[in-house]
Write a protein that binds this ligand. Structure first.
Ligand code: ADP
Length: 332
């Protein structure tokens, strides 16, 4: 292999730049030409690219977001769009492609390999941490730290005013971020989509805490949570607002809502994410150089491990029961 393309695609995540840096520098170290395309798959279709030098990725290891920019590309979901992208790559003599992104991007990658023989390796980057074949995705650790930092500040006010704070965390289908950040921030309750909780259970736990002298409570709610705290009038509200009102109605306590939103996606990557991204980016290039593709690089038990893209996509990432149980026990 002489030339490799690289894109960042889908939702951005802190550490994407560190992964790009590792792809470029390990590629150049191995004597391979690295071509970075802008705006994800759209850049492959529009031929928006730059040949990379070692200096092209200087001073980016500490930057959040992605210098290549990312995009959702509807055209790539069509056969014609993928054909155009593959033809452009072939015209440039590029036979391998590293995709730094989430599961949607990997589905696209799997198709361009199957249909056109472009050799693809995926590097998982998403703060949702919801991809199979890896224990952790790039960006997750930074997001956990960002949430903890926010909750520390919220706790100061919660203690001073003896209030219940309901904090809404990103995670439409999976509650990894709410769970890990909730455990690390010492949240009193953690609600995740995988485990619906009843309003009664939440209120019983709050009352139990107040009886033993707790002055405040932090409830972490993943945005995809459902439950019996939703009434008809609540259907257009986010779960945090619906839950907050339901608690106030039932217990008569004052509650406040904080929706952390997109601030969870930004910021300088943590040390852990920079190291993970550096290892994954370099490993992706190693795999392509060894003639291996159709894979996603992951970290399993702290080791780099490649899994076929289809297998990684078919896996349902599971919530760690031990952590879930522990967070409950420690917050009683
Ligand atoms: P993420 O990679 O973060 O999961 P998306 O799901 O938005 O983000 O996917 C990013 C891009 O990947 C899409 O805009 C599209 O170009 C491409 N993509 C997603 N799903 C498919 C699919 N089933 N077939 C082809 N391309 C896809």
């Amino acid at each position: 292999m002489k030339k490799i393309g690289v894109i960042t695609s889908g939702g951005d995540a802190p550490g994407m730049n560190a992964a790009l840096r590792a792809v470029v520098r390990n590629g150049i170290y191995k004597g391979i030409g690295i071509y970075a395309f802008q705006h994800g798959f759209q850049g492959l279709i529009n031929k928006k690219f730059s040949p990379m030098q070692r200096g092209s990725v200087a001073d980016i290891i500490q930057r959040g977001g992605t210098i290549l920019q990312t995009a959702r590309c509807e055209e790539f979901k069509t056969k014609e769009g993928r054909t155009k992208a593959a033809e452009n790559l072939k015209e440039l003599g590029i036979s391998g492609l590293v995709i730094i992104g989430g599961d949607g991007s990997f589905r696209g990658g799997e198709l361009i390999q199957k249909e056109h023989g472009i050799e693809v390796v995926g590097v998982p980057a998403t703060i949702d941490n919801d991809i199979g074949g890896t224990d952790f995705c790039i960006g997750f650790d930074t997001a956990v730290n960002t949430v903890i930092d926010a909750v520390n500040k919220i706790r100061d006010t919660a203690t001073s005013h003896e209030r219940i704070f309901v904090v809404e965390i990103m995670g439409r289908e999976r509650g990894f971020l709410a769970l890990y950040a909730g455990l690390a921030a010492g949240a009193e309750s953690i609600l995740i989509p995988e485990r619906p909780t009843s309003l009664k259970d939440i209120c019983d736990k709050l009352e139990h805490g107040f009886k033993r002298g707790k002055k405040h409570s932090i409830i972490m709610v993943a945005e995809g949570v459902g439950g019996d705290f939703y009434t008809n009038r609540d259907l257009r509200k986010t779960p945090a607002f619906a839950l907050s009102e339901a608690i106030s109605d039932k217990l008569g306590h004052e509650t406040r809502v904080i929706v952390l939103g997109h601030l969870q996606r930004g910021g300088a990557p943590s040390a852990r994410d920079r190291i993970l991204a550096s290892r994954m980016g370099a490993s992706a290039v190693d795999l392509l150089c060894e003639g291996k593709s159709g894979l996603m690089i992951g970290m399993v038990h702290e080791e780099m491990k490649a899994t076929p893209l289809g297998e990684a996509l078919a896996q349902e990432p599971q919530i760690n029961e031990e952590i879930l149980q522990l967070s409950h026990i420690l917050s009683l």
